[in-house]
Design a protein around this ligand. Structure first.
Ligand code: SAM
Ligand code: SF4
Length: 460
């Protein structure tokens, strides 16, 4: 057993001289990024400051993702490195604590403590509001703590409002969990049942973000468009109504939301894309497959044509809307005809950017125990063909932007001298030669060139 000589107390952390450092490694989706930022906010009052050097950190946190294969092995490999850092620091008299958070912690908490007994804290995505208390407990006692139950209280009631300006574009989680149980997915097991935050808490957080300089907010949820939070009027508000309310915040110029499910894409939300200028003309709407047979096996609850109809309505409401999606190739039972249906759907819809994955069996999910697994080489070949088509469409979309003048929200310095970088309404990265005083502002830019992963332009 690794010696635990952690002597942290509430009182000795209250002054500047007791400054401690925190290092967080985040894997996975934007919701994990949001959660990591909230963990930083939670630990700040205890005197912790973020460092990007693991060797400097008194607390090391891995915020993990369990969505695809090798997630657990990746965590153990990183833990091996952190163990060495912890031992080295301990020898120098600098007690160090390791915490594993996120969905791997939720799914494999006990295994983590068995295989890596030097881990001090294992906490799931719904219990990280208890992190400060857990750190103090580890300091007092000798032994690891595991907190992966789904608590009765909502963590959102305990999270401090974000304090530091982390940029001009921020994430805001409004909904969490999922009740849809797609055949391939671990989320309902790791994040728990679907819950929506009350409207007022979201408005308060958004208002605060605007007061510290944020211009663009991306509303987050595993099924963000299933949002159904209690409004200040006592009624249940949907995402369209929430977006409409947020669009009245004077400093907020851009609203986005992700990830949406086709089943929850109702007319009010489609019309919001027509009526709310602040709602960006970009939508990430995962379809996963273009085959009705596979969509059924996946338990997605819609057909390929129903998806096409949603896209038609969206394009009618907002003709310039850019579309993004997720695809899985090689779901159990997928044959060449099913795959060709996916290729056809891609040709029909024309996407601006996408994510595509090989099906990866996840323990405990329905598809993992299917007898009809697709061979790995077959999945590889299908993924290559699909990605070639998707890359073509992305290049075409970017090429179509060349010559246009569009508003760009500048968010930071570029990689090259004198460059600043920003985002187009269609979520393309755009850079120009320009003064850093433009960072945080939205300016008109003429797009000159489409590069591999970005666009370059000139301020007009
Ligand atoms: N809720 C969103 C939806 O229903 O579209 C998706 C959320 S999931 C966290 C993100 C993406 O990971 C999915 O859209 C899917 O494409 C991919 N994914 C999830 N489980 C997977 C698996 N077992 N194998 C491969 N890809 C997977
Ligand atoms: Fe996973 Fe399906 Fe829920 Fe999305 S809708 S989080 S893919 S179970």
């Amino acid at each position: 057993m690794v010696q635990r000589d952690f002597t942290l107390t509430n009182t000795n952390l209250d002054n500047e001289t007791s400054r401690r450092y925190l290092h967080i490694i985040t894997w996975g989706c934007q919701m994990n990024v949001y959660d990591s930022n909230r963990m930083v906010d939670l630990l700040r009052p205890l005197g912790y400051k973020v460092t990007d050097k693991a060797e400097q950190a008194d607390v090391l946190i891995l915020n993990t993702c369990h969505i695809r294969d090798k997630a657990t092995e990746k965590v153990f490999s990183e833990l091996g490195r952190l163990k060495q850092i912890k031992e080295y620091r301990n020898q120098l008299g600098n007690p160090t604590l390791i915490a594993v958070a996120g969905c791997v912690a939720q799914a494999e908490g006990n295994i983590i403590l068995q295989r890596a007994p030097y881990v001090d804290i294992v906490l799931g995505p719904q219990t990280y509001h208890r992190l400060p208390k857990m750190i103090l407990e580890v300091a007092r006692q000798s032994g690891s703590i595991i907190e992966t139950d789904f608590p009765v209280e909502s963590k959102f009631d305990f999270l401090p409002i974000p304090q530091e300006n982390t940029g001009y574009s921020a994430f805001l989680t409004i909904q969490e969990g999922c009740d849809k149980f797609c055949s391939f997915c671990v989320v309902p097991y790791t994040r728990g049942a679907e819950v929506s935050r009350p409207v007022q808490t979201i408005l308060d957080e958004a208002t605060h973000l605007c007061s510290i300089g944020v211009k663009e907010i991306t509303l987050l949820g595993q099924n963000v468009n299933a949002y159904h939070g209690e409004g200040p009027d006592g009624n249940i508000w949907n995402l369209a109504r929430l977006a409409e309310k947020l669009s009245t915040l004077p400093e907020l110029s851009r609203i986005r939301y992700t990830t949406s499910h086709p089943r929850d894409m109702d007319d009010s939300l489609i019309n919001a894309h027509r009526d709310l200028p602040a709602l960006m003309p970009f939508l990430h709407l995962p379809v996963q497959s273009g085959s009705d047979r596979i969509l059924k096996a996946m338990n997605r609850g819609h057909t390929a044509d129903e998806y096409r109809k949603i896209i038609d309505k969206l394009r009618k409401a907002r003709p310039d809307i850019a579309l993004s999606s997720d695809f899985i190739v090689g779901h159990p039972g997928e044959n060449l005809k099913d795959f060709e249906d996916t290729m056809q759907l891609v040709r029909d819809v024309q996407f601006s950017q996408t994510f595509s994955f090989k099906y990866s069996p996840r323990p405990g999910t329905a598809a993992a125990i299917s007898m009809h697994q697709v061979r790995e080489e077959e999945k590889d070949a299908r993924l290559q063909a699909l990605q070639a088509l998707l890359r073509e469409q992305q290049d075409q979309f970017n090429q179509n932007t060349v010559g246009r003048t569009i508003p760009i929200l500048f968010v930071g310095k570029g990689r090259k001298q004198g460059q600043i970088t920003g985002k187009s309404p269609y979520l393309q990265a755009v850079h120009i030669q320009g003064d850093t005083s433009l960072i945080g502002r939205e300016c008109q830019v003429r797009i000159d060139k489409s590069l591999t992963n970005s666009l370059s332009g000139t301020l007009v």
